[in-house]
Design a protein around this ligand. Structure first.
Ligand code: PLP
Length: 427
């Protein structure tokens, strides 16, 4: 078979008709499948079930240092939990605060704190001028939702294979109203790329015009390898690099156990400079007296230390890797000859980034929905949901079982090809 771009009108018509037949046959099955969000599967959640029973009696509610986890206290989190995240993020214990169950809430709260007075002086809103933020994209839609909620103007930055386009970043930060940037530096959502040492160093050395500029360093997928960790991507620790330029206050690192233990009942962590930790503590201390330390205790008893964590992540990998492989095989089989799509082959994380023919992503997603497969909305990984090329589709293979996933991928391939032939025939 030739590439679609090289086909005659007659060949394209014949291809279109054959695709339509295959599509209608799949549609007739009346499927109801969901590949829309990067949720762990039930099999993955089951891996952490021991956490549900590791505080069996009253005498077990005490932490290593004798703290009664049922009571108020230690706003910054259990010392053993802080030590765990300190080892994981390679940041001193004093620079860690344990948060609640969602790093997203930590990020929302941090942005709120920056907009208002106190944490960073007068706050981003003080001048009355528009607040702007850099958004490497495709990126994580929920980061963009936080900014949209507050009316922060989002400036797209091209995401390259090894991180954001630094020329665009360097130019944009000359504007004093550009107050920050979202980064997912490892196994990024949705491209799966990891920032190169060069890009981490360039970000660490940035000289923004705004003296209250902040980077949210969302390290959500730091241990989520789909290959043996030795063969996986390595991310340079941002803090020692930033310190070289006196830029340690620029970075707020967050992560969570949402995709390690339970997505709805994990724990999160913040790593930041001494100054930022003090400002965060001052703010959260007005919000609550302590986080859920019983959950922190469950987590530390279960995850224990980094070797135990990595052994646990290997079990996630056993479930996840075959799913990514199945999708990749379906895409290779379906797309390699027609030449209408490119996709990423990440070594970790939760997503595959699929770029279909320009101007056909929305149509592809709609065709999938009609055939009973729900995908993430086309455009979601872009600020304001607007993909300028209408070509990006975020594929989330984690939730459906492998056989179901193969059907989803078949429908996605046929839908993308159908949308492409429709577009080419309409020319
Ligand atoms: C990059 C990124 N950050 C954060 C989250 C959400 O994390 P949490 O459950 O800790 O709020 C996700 C979930 O998909 C994500 O992809």
């Amino acid at each position: 078979m030739a590439k679609y771009s090289e086909m005659s009108k007659e060949q394209l018509l014949a291809e279109h008709e054959s695709l339509l037949e295959q599509y209608n046959a799949l549609k007739a099955k009346g499927l109801n499948l969901d590949m829309s969000r990067g949720k762990p599967s039930a099999d993955q959640l089951n891996l952490s079930d021991d956490m549900l029973t590791n505080i069996p009696t009253l005498k077990d509610v005490f932490s290593e240092t004798g703290l009664d986890t049922r009571n108020y206290g230690v706003l910054e989190g259990l010392p053993e939990c802080r030590k765990f995240f300190s080892d994981l993020l390679e940041v001193p214990v004093e620079n860690i605060i344990i948060g609640g169950n969602a790093s997203l809430r930590v990020m929302f709260d941090y942005i709120t704190q920056c907009l208002l007075p106190n944490a960073l002086g007068a706050g981003w809103l003080a001048s009355g001028k528009p607040v702007k933020f850099l958004c490497p994209c495709p990126g994580y839609d929920r980061h963009f939702s936080i900014l949209e909620y507050y009316g922060v103007e989002m400036l797209p930055i091209d995401m390259e294979d090894d991180g954001p386009n630094m020329a665009q970043v360097t130019e944009a930060i000359q504007d004093e109203q550009v107050k920050g940037m979202f980064c997912v530096p490892k196994y990024s959502n949705p491209t799966g790329c990891t920032y190169s040492d060069e890009k981490v160093k360039a970000l660490a050395a940035m000289k923004p015009a705004a003296d209250d500029f902040r980077v949210i360093w969302d390290n959500a997928y730091l241990v989520h390898d789909l290959v043996e960790p030795e063969q996986g991507d390595k991310l340079l620790n941002i803090f020692p690099e930033a310190l070289k330029y006196g830029n340690e206050d620029l970075f707020i690192e967050v992560c969570s156990t949402s995709k390690i233990t339970f997505s709805g009942a994990g724990i999160s962590a913040i790593a930041a400079s001494e100054k930022n930790i003090a400002a965060i503590k001052a703010r959260i201390g007005k919000q609550f007296i302590s986080n859920d330390k019983i959950n922190q205790l469950r987590h530390i008893r279960f995850l224990k230390d980094i070797p135990t964590l990595m052994a646990h992540m290997a079990k996630h990998r056993e479930i996840m890797a075959p799913k990514f492989k199945a999708v990749d095989e379906k895409f290779t089989e379906g797309f390699s000859e027609c030449g209408i799509a490119v996709w990423t082959k990440p070594k970790g994380g939760y997503f595959i980034n699929l770029d279909v023919m320009e101007g056909t992503a929305k149509r592809t997603v709609a065709l999938c929905a009609e055939a009973g497969v729900v995908l993430t909305g086309a455009g979601a990984p872009f600020p304001y949901g607007k993909d300028p090329k209408d070509c990006n589709i975020r594929v989330a293979p984690s939730f459906p079982p492998v056989e179901e996933l193969k059907t989803c991928a078949d429908i996605l391939v046929i839908s993308a090809k159908l949308a492409a032939t429709e577009k080419l025939l309409a020319k």
